[in-house]
Structures are given as C-alpha cells and as structure tokens.
Design a protein around this ligand. Sequence first.
Ligand SMILES: Cc1ncc(COP(=O)(O)O)c(C=O)c1O
Length: 372
Amino acid sequence: MELPPFRIEQYFARHEFNTQHLLSASDCEPLGVGELVQLEPDAAERLLALRCGYSEPAGSGELREAIAALYHGLSAEQIVVTTCAEEAIFLVLHAVLGPGDHAIVATPCYESALQLARSTGAEVSEWRRRFEDGWAHDLEALAGLLRPQTKLVYLNEPHNPTGTLIDQWSFQRLVERCIEHEVLIFSDEVYRGLEHNPADRLPAICELSPSSVSLGSVTKSLGLAGLRTGWIATTDAALRQRVVDLKYYTTICASSPSEQLTALALRHAPELIARNLELINDNVMLVEEFFAEHPDRFEWVRPTAGAIGFPRVHGIADVERWCEGLAAAGVLVLPGSVYDEPRHVRMGFGRAGVQDALAVLGAQLEDLDAEG
Ligand SMILES: Cc1ncc(COP(=O)(O)O)c(C=O)c1O
C-alpha cells in the first residue's frame, strides 16, 4: 500500500507543540481527566477499579450503549468502537473498496479520506466544491461522477476545512440519489453537534439509509482528542462485521480506560457541547471583528458549524511561506495548500486564547503593510 505524506498532520506535528498560539486547531478546548470524573459521583472510583485488560473487539458494552443513545433507532449491536476516527476511516474504506471499484470523495477534505480511498486500489473521483460558489454542493456534478462501479461516496458534514454545513434540501437529494444508485454513503460526522445554531443539525446518515455508515468521535465536539476514541454506526450488519474482522489487524480492541472515560463523557455530551458552542460562537465574533479590521486581506464564507473556517487571503503571493513565518512569530495558522487550496488558510476558534492569537496575527499584518 502506497500512501503520500499526510500534509495536514505533518504540518501540525511540526508546529503544534512548539508554537505559542494555536489559531488553527479543529477541536475544542480539551477537558482534564479530573473534570471528567466529576461528572458522576462514582466515576473516579470506577476508573481506579478498572482492570486494563483487552476489551470487546467491537467496543465495551457500556460505551456502545452510550454511543447508540446518540442516534435515533440504533442499538449497541450496530456500533463498532475504533481507536479514533482515523482508524475508522482506514477500516471502512478498506472494508468496502478494492481494485475495480470506484469511489467519490467530497473535496477539499481531511486528507486521509482521499488518500486512504486511493490506497485500496479503487479509482477515486473528487467531488470538489469551490469558494467562488460559496462552497455550494453541486448535485449535478455529483450525478455526473456516478458510475456503475461506484460503491461509496465520502461526505464530511459539518465540513473540514470550511466550517460549512450542507443545506437540508441538498442533503436529502444526495441521500436519495445514493440510495437509488445503491451507493454506500460514508458520512464523516466528527463535527456533528457543533452546529453554531443547534437547530441546523442534520440527521445522522445511519438513521436515514440502510447502506450507509456514520463516523463519530469525541475528538472535536467534546475536546477529548487524547482519548483517541472514534466509532462507526451502521445498520448494515455484514459491513459492520467486515469492519470488525479488519480491526483484528489494526488494534483488536480500543483502550479500556479511554472506553470508560468516553462513555462517561458521552452520557453528559449535551452539557459539554453547550459549553464548547458558547466559546465557538464568541470566538467566531472575534474573528469576524478581526476580518472587519483587515477587509483587504480576508474573505470567507462565514462558518456555521464546527470550530474551523477557511478564509481566502488576499495580497500575499505565497501563503504557505507566510504561514511558516507566522509559526516562527508564535501563531499557528494552517496553509490551505495542504488541501490543494493555496490561496486559503484554515483558522480554528474552538480553543481559549483566540484574542491573543489574533493580536499576534494583527501585528504580523501590520509589519507586512509597513513593508508595502
Ligand atoms: C473530517 C475529519 N475526520 C476525521 C478526523 C480524525 O479525527 P481523530 O483525531 O478523532 O482520528 C479529523 C481530524 O482532524 C477530521 O477533521
């Protein structure tokens, strides 16, 4: 299996742990173990009593129950727990695709979806959205990409990197079209729950179509990336079994302390998410004010879901080099070149400290203006 460099993760590995201000994180402010165990009276005691042996390959019963409760009409038997969403992307794509198959990946996207689909030997088409169209979903273009060999469409809503959310009408048409063509929808829903207006939340794909898979995680919406817990939810029993069978070759089972802490957090997801959304909505306003102070530099489709946005930057010839300079000056902004969108940058606003990060960015822009 040949895989090209994972540009997004390589950029973060280089800068995330040695740059003072993170202005591009896609997750929310991380919670401490101490905060988690305070959520239930006996949680600390249960964690200390846990034996760190293997857990069930599909995930502990306690965790699968907590995950199933997030969906309408699904049971614990329709969940597979994975070691983060990333593992689930690998497992689902390799369980479904192989040479001779065709897949469609909505882009720009989190890189592994595209590269891991290609690594299966399947032919992969990009269903690319454009800033010039307001990142709209062109359903006619999607229809033109479908082939008799198409087995899977990868979708990511709410979306990394634009922070946009497909509208209800387009979502419904897309689902209908895929059902009609018997194409599996692999729906990466790791930002679900972070709709800036909770009324915008779409149904999970696993609730709508029997030939579909929802991908979830506690990394983004709950700020629990360090637990490395992800999952898939699907009513397709045969596919679920293929994913479990493949998982014996990757991790066998998840980490038992992480499973216990994740189940605990998920039982309190609404309150934890509400707290994160408050910070996101405050921070988006700060970013908008900042853009208003620099109207010649930034232009964006205002994000409506998740903790990131993807503005176009004006007046800077080499945005990637500029981002490297910003990191050296203490503020991490991800260059859009890692998504093959070299005129854009990804900005994150789910963390504390956005105001300080923007102050450093503003000072850098002033220097740039002074240089003329
Ligand atoms: C759309 C999307 N899917 C999956 C992942 C991977 O998430 P995790 O860290 O839980 O594996 C990310 C991480 O940035 C992402 O943005």
